[in-house]
Design a protein around this ligand. Structure first.
Ligand code: PLP
Length: 430
């Protein structure tokens, strides 16, 4: 499969857009080569500028749970657009959206719409700080919460030291209030809490990590965090931007039976339009302006097109819970098939999966932490990525991104993916 038009566009893009892309992972830096420029998508298929078709395992990084251009979502957006694209005033749809979520998800009494997952997490920690009157937060190595300054922080040199900026432009002042713990290591969290007991406002995590491949929480990890937060009056924030409405309609909270104090959403909640949201217990959310003193606002927040798309998708998912069973079966077929091929070719691997999030690591398992994930054979992943791409399967272009399956995948699509995988591995091994 060749794509000269994408290459030409990438050259043009690189002159006028940093790195030629509007979000770094799209530039293919971790796998090499040129990104495809996409013209349209339908169900589980993407078409590039040449008209080449690819099976899509990115699902727009999560939102497209039922596949691209879902007819009801498209119709809702078209109909809503006829009445204008934004009013800057409240709408019925915003109320219906908030009612749908608060009546379905445990622990979310009130919810505020924003425009991205980044905005949701930034706002959530501000509210947690305002509510507790404390400053520091704990996050986990390898978890991603968007590009808010407070999250672009690495662990300092000693386990109990302050964080250090991981990006120029983030100040030391901001960094000192973010501490990094080890995912799936409760002791690492306890030590940080112990050392900063009186100033710990929040613990934020991906309850199922999806930004270092897919790493589920070990038994007792989420429960342990819950107990620690209760003991020390710390706000527990589950960042369900990726997992919300994907692993279950009620998210990871339902899957693991642990309720957070606040939850952040993005991706599926907007069905592909720019939406995020943060919600939680009433007494915490009442700290948000205009009810409370913590400021947060947005010109386009609750945008009618975005609400129409998101509400239509969420309502469909709520009314059709069988979607989750179907996705589970399809994901199982794919994960089992990939595992079998890797076993046949004697390639060390670890397969992590929660529902339709799949993380394949090319190293010995188990993979339970960021350091484990980092052992994956990145060079091999690059070869697999390009082998699959030339056979018409678009994997996420990074060894640290989970595959996101959509329910539009057919049995034939799954067979096609597995055949492409076997051919790719056979080619690499020959
Ligand atoms: N939180 C998680 C868990 C994410 O996966 C992401 C994005 O991938 C974000 C937050 C940031 O969301 P956005 O890219 O919409 O700002």
């Amino acid at each position: 499969m060749d794509y000269p038009k994408s290459k030409e566009l990438y050259e043009r893009a690189s002159k006028v857009i940093p790195g030629g892309v509007n979000s770094p992972v799209r530039a293919f830096n971790s796998v090499g080569g040129t990104p495809l420029f996409i013209t349209r998508a339908q169900g589980s298929y993407l078409w590039d500028e040449e008209g080449n078709r690819y099976i899509d395992l990115i699902s727009s990084w999560g939102p497209m749970l039922l596949g691209h251009a879902e007819p009801d979502v498209i119709k809702a957006v078209q109909q809503t657009a006829e009445n204008s694209t934004s009013f800057g005033a409240p709408t019925r749809l915003e109320v219906e959206m908030a009612e749908l979520i608060t009546s379905s998800v445990p622990g979310v009494d009130k919810i505020r719409m924003v425009n991205s997952g980044t905005e949701a997490t930034m706002s959530a920690i501000r509210v947690a700080r305002g509510y507790t009157g404390k400053n520091k937060i704990i996050k986990f190595k390898g978890n991603y919460h968007g590009h808010g300054d407070s999250f672009l922080i690495e662990a300092g040199s000693g386990a109990l030291t302050m964080g250090e900026p991981s990006s120029p432009g983030v100040t030391e002042g901001t960094a000192k209030d973010t501490l990094n713990a080890e995912y799936n290591n409760l002791d690492s969290v306890k030590k940080l809490v112990e050392a900063n007991k009186d100033d710990m406002a929040a613990i934020i995590l991906e309850p199922i990590a999806g930004n270092m491949g897919c790493i589920p929480p070990n038994e007792g990890f989420l429960e342990g965090l819950r107990a620690l937060c209760d003991e020390h009056n710390i706000v527990l924030i589950f960042d369900e931007v990726m997992t919300g409405f994907r692993v279950d309609f009620q998210g990871a909270q339902k899957v693991y039976g642990v309720t957070a104090d606040m939850v952040t959403y993005g991706k599926i909640i907007g069905a592909g339009l720019p939406v995020g949201a943060y919600g939680g217990k009433e007494e915490i959310m009442d700290y948000v302006a205009p009810t409370g003193p913590v400021y947060q606002a947005g010109t386009l927040s609750g945008n009618p097109l975005a609400m129409a798309a998101g509400f239509t998708l969420l309502k469909k998912l709520k009314d059709h819970p069988e979607v989750y069973d179907e996705l589970e079966k399809k994901s199982q077929v794919l994960a089992t098939g990939i595992t079998k091929i890797l076993e046949e070719y004697d390639i060390p691997h670890a397969m992590n999966r929660v529902g339709s999030m799949i993380g394949v690591f090319y190293c010995e398992g188990p993979v339970e932490t960021f350091d484990d994930a980092n052992r994956t054979d990145k060079e091999l992943f690059g070869k697999i990525f390009h082998g699959m791409l030339k056979r018409g399967v678009h994997l996420p272009p990074s060894p640290f991104e989970a595959f996101f399956l959509a329910n539009s995948l057919t049995t034939d699509d799954l067979s096609f993916i597995l055949t492409a995988f076997e051919e790719t591995i056979s080619e690499i091994k020959s």
